[in-house]
Structure formats: C-alpha cells, structure tokens
Design a protein around this ligand. Sequence first.
Ligand SMILES: [Zn+2]
Ligand SMILES: [Zn+2]
Length: 239
Amino acid sequence: MNLMNGFLSLFYPSECLCCKRYIKDFKYFFVCPDCFNHVKEIDKHSSCKICLKPLSSEFVDVCVECRERVKTYFECIEAAGFYESPLKELIYQLKFYQKKKAGKILADYVLSKVQDDFFKNIDIITYVPISKRTKEQRNFNHTEILALYIGSKKRIKVMETMKKIKETEDQSSLKREARLKNLKDAFEIKNDIKEKIFKKKILVIDDIYTTGSTMNEVSKVLKENGTKEIFGLVIARSL
Ligand SMILES: [Zn+2]
Ligand SMILES: [Zn+2]
C-alpha cells in the first residue's frame, strides 16, 4: 500500500463484501485483493463442452442436462468462474445496486479468463433483455452494461436484438421444468433487426448460467430469425 492509498483509506474506508475486512488497496473495489484472487475457476477438461458443468465421468464430454435438452440452440458457453464469492457479490452489486463499476470489474475479469479465439468470428454481441417493468424498477439492464464493456474492449458491435415481452418469475426460485415453462415465449425479436442478424455469428451475454433455460430460449429466438450461430458468455456458472 502506498502513501496515497493509506491517506485515502482514512477518509474512504470500504469493507470487502466477502470477508468484511477493510480494503486497503485503492485499486480494488467491493472485494479485497485476497478474496478477488480466490474465484473458483472451471476446469474445462472435466466439464461439459457445451455448458461447462463439471462431469462425473471421464468417458463423456457432454452433461446429462445438455444431452436431454430437446434442442440446444447455442453452440457452447464460456464463463469466468463458478457462481460463488467473490463473483456472486460483484454480480449482486451490479444487478441490484446499479454499480456500473462492478460491471467493469466483472467484464475485465471475464475477458482475462476467456481466450481471444472465442471472440474471433463473432459479428455481433447482444444481451439477455429484461422486461419493461424490471427496467423501470432497476433503471438499467445489467447484462447490457456487461455487453457494452465487453464489446468496447473487443471492438465488436453491441446490438439490442430482443425484448422481453412476458413478466416472468425469478428463475433462481424455480426448478428446471418450471424454469422452461416460465420462459416460454418470454422473448421476441425487435423490429428491424432481422436483416442485421441474418447469417451472423452472435455472442449472447448473461450474468449467470444455471440450467441454460434462458440462454437456450434467447438463442431459439435468434436462430428462428436467421442467426447462423450463437455462443454464450456469462460471468458465472452456477452449480
Ligand atoms: Zn475480502
Ligand atoms: Zn452441459
């Protein structure tokens, strides 16, 4: 800690959201360097090649959920780590407290973990939309914030391609079957977007991947409207 950091911390002490200790290094926000360096990473060699779920057998490369899904409309996803501390706290700050700074930290982090090759042939970046009512409550869509940071870093065009036309229940409170039902017909392609996404490779940004219902439903809408291939990029893979 340099002198300036020490001086500032006298006036702006901030507590780490994970371990509750004071953050003494002013390069760090919300989470202390110790906690930030303990993101639970995903071992790709022992995970599903579509959704990154850890596999229980070394003789398969796709998980049961991906095998049993009637149709998977996206190719695969990438993620920065598991949905645990500190990613969990940072996502919460972005989503429910509108802390754009947390979005920037998460976007930088996910980009540091995902290989450049993943972005190579992507034409357009888009994001999972939220309903009008949720947007009114929260003032912004957190996945749009993530998409804008990622798009500007990777120099890929970010486009709002869909709208959420159905008020849905919070997915995290539902079981798999109910999640699918909850999201059915929830998304719709925006007007005048069809030509722009025709035969394009699109990257869909979301915060958390759990069962894949959201990613698949959004991808279905894009695919049915002419998109060539869809990839997913999420901050955290939930277990
Ligand atoms: Zn900490
Ligand atoms: Zn899978």
